[in-house]
Design a protein around this ligand. Sequence first.
Ligand code: BGC
Length: 274
Amino acid sequence: MTTPAPVAPVVIGIDVGGTTIKAALVDPGTGELASERRVVPTPRPATPAAVLDEVAALVADLARHPVVPVGVALPAVVRDGVVGSAANIDASWIGLAVETSLRERLGRPVVVVNDADAAGVAEATFGPVDARCGVTLVTTLGTGIGSALLVDGTLVPNTELGHLPVDGAPAERLAATSAMHRDGLSWEAWAERLTTYYRTVELLLAPDRIIVGGAVSASADRFLPLVRVSTPLVAATLGNDAGVVGAALLALRHAPDGWAVPGRWAQPMRQVRG
Ligand code: BGC
């Protein structure tokens, strides 16, 4: 008789943003939230110590059972659990082995990934198009521009296409949602900037489709039809929950061997570790 593998019926997803930290229990089989969403302000300054205190408090609040895995999304390059960049967070994050230190602190499986990679995996798994064929680019428009590139469903992590130089500046300075607010742009004027950005992206990558996410995707009908590119542009559907859901998916995907993976999420989507 074999012992059944442990099943994680829910996973904790946490999305650290510039303004708020969002967290919830996630059902990895459906991508739905299995608890109320917790939202707390991101501490200022957003030093690692201050942010990780908030993360630990959210985990304690959400699940007292020690084996529930945790996925954390950060707005930074994260390679093998170590932070590699800090465009919109405190510079003291760079070089931090955040995954190891959180694992020790929380005493449970923890995976830390880039926020756009998390959102991209969630959109590609539960979103508007099946991303298991061809080249899918997911972009998140917000304070910065995040990107997740998936090739036949495999994530190519940490692509950072928000930092492509466009008109002599990083694209996110020109075309993120924050740039629209900062410069008081109309939807039409912002769409012009997005056209410039997405044309650069399609010239370099020729993706089969681009999914446009971030909170502003709820107003996609105001600007997406005005963006003039030849690649199909599709509005994301998970909105503000994409980072939380994707962080949870990636946490379970990289959880220790022997964990059972329930539902649709178990279908093969090979992943390169982010
Ligand atoms: C960061 C990315 C992040 C994106 C969205 C950019 O400034 O460099 O790592 O994914 O913002 O938060």
